[in-house]
Design a protein around this ligand. Structure first.
Ligand SMILES: [Zn+2]
Ligand SMILES: [Zn+2]
Length: 152
């Protein structure tokens, strides 16, 4: 049954991989299984993830930590992935194509569970006022700490 359908229309998953492949090549990177897995995962999630998160999430793909780290670095240098330190000295990575990752945006980090979330660009505004630098109104890097909905 499956064989009969094969080769006609690509499944959504196959088209997605094909799209990732061509974007990797367009960014000057070779398309390898590890890169496809890392980029695919980062694009499927709407929060920034650490190297450790990725090691855990991609454990069943047989990609070792060093390969993962190297791929994150390559993708960051190629501009496909953005790297942020949310104040806890842990690099977190997000796709520059994901829902929130295409532009600078604020982040929320839960002080209880450590989970980080991307906030919509316009969700945080710095009010103008005495002692507030003019450029603060369009501050690129805003980090909020608090307790997330699950922990509160
Ligand atoms: Zn939490
Ligand atoms: Zn983000």
């Amino acid at each position: 049954m499956i064989a009969a359908v094969k080769g006609r229309h690509p499944t959504p998953a196959q088209s997605k991989v094909a799209a990732l492949r061509s974007r990797l090549r367009a960014s000057g990177l070779r398309s390898t299984p590890a890169r496809l897995a890392v980029l695919g995962f980062l694009e499927s999630t709407s929060r920034p993830v650490s190297h450790a998160d990725l090691v855990e999430a991609l454990a069943d793909k047989g990609i070792d930590r060093v390969t993962l780290y190297r791929n994150l670095t390559d993708l960051t240098q190629a501009g496909m992935v953005r790297r942020t330190d949310l104040g806890d000295h842990v690099w977190r990575f997000e796709s520059t194509r994901s829902r929130a990752g295409h532009a600078e945006h604020p982040h929320f980090t839960c002080v209880e569970c450590g989970e980080s979330l991307c906030l919509p660009e316009a969700s945080v505004r710095v009010a103008r006022g005495k002692g507030v630098p003019r450029s603060a109104a369009r501050a690129a890097e805003i980090q909020i700490r608090g307790v997330c909905d699950r922990c509160s």
